[in-house]
Design a protein around this ligand. Sequence first.
Ligand code: AHM
Ligand code: MG
Length: 311
Amino acid sequence: MHKNPQNLNAFLFDQGCSEDLRSLLTFIARAGKYVAHAIKTGDIGKAGTSNLYGEEQLSLDILADEIFGEHLVESNLVSAFASEEQEQLVTILGDNGKFSVAFDPLDGSSLIDTNVTIGSIFAIWEGNGFLGRKGSEIVAAGYFSYGPRTTLVLSLGNIVDEFVLNDIGEFQIYRSNLCIKPTSKTFSPGNLRAIPEKPAYAHLLQHWISNTKTLRYTGGMVPDINSILCKGNGIFTYPSHSQYPQGKLRLLYECAPMAFIVNCAGGKAVNEKGNPILDIACENLHDRTSIFLGSTQEVDTSIEFFQRIHY
Ligand code: AHM
Ligand code: MG
């Protein structure tokens, strides 16, 4: 905690962040602020449309997507962006821009009627476009967590910092250098529907239960991973199964940004084969992957279960 908390811009300036990246992050932060406001006051009903995955869209999914898109255009720095809610790449400045931004405008939006925390996730690459690019090339990634307070967790590739939206509408530094310990007291197991096809997952759950670990699972990737970062330990798992042969979560909008942040905090993020998420090149904008992420030892143990037990 900081005695005289700096706002995002001043904090990034002091960290030596380039003017362009600082400016882009300021626009993204402003978009997050407007999305937070829209969640508090806007229509949480269905929009009557579906996205490219056939998932029903909420008015807020569409509004959040527009808010992020508009702010990226306004920044005058962006070559292109890709959104989980849009099928095609959106080119803005093309080769005249500096950065490409991938984002999930409202992750976990199907939970909104239960009034639990939801979020937005983003990652920034230098240059124009995403195809062939890896998470290891990300220059900054972050997520907004819209809970009782709105926070922004951000990394520029070294440490991970948490900012809180204050009463004058500015993100101010709250905690610096969030770190994830190698061992975990908690587990956040997504997609238990995989268990009939993947007994290894049942064995892994039993291992956690036998070791008296604590279940922490909300059903939203942002609050589940935010819990790991804020408590300093934990594991989040989302394996594939026949409904989602590559996994459900998207590489560009969810997994690569979160893997980047978790790696910067000293944790680890791999797919169920044990390959680092940050080494997976994007082949299609909407690629998906399985993901095991969090405390390093716990991630390694989980992958051992998946490699050892095939029956
Ligand atoms: P969304 O981008 O359509 O909101 O889906 C992503 C969410 C994640 O936040 C969460 O980890 C996962 O879907 C949970 O999915 P499910 O409840 O289908 O297992
Ligand atoms: Mg999502």
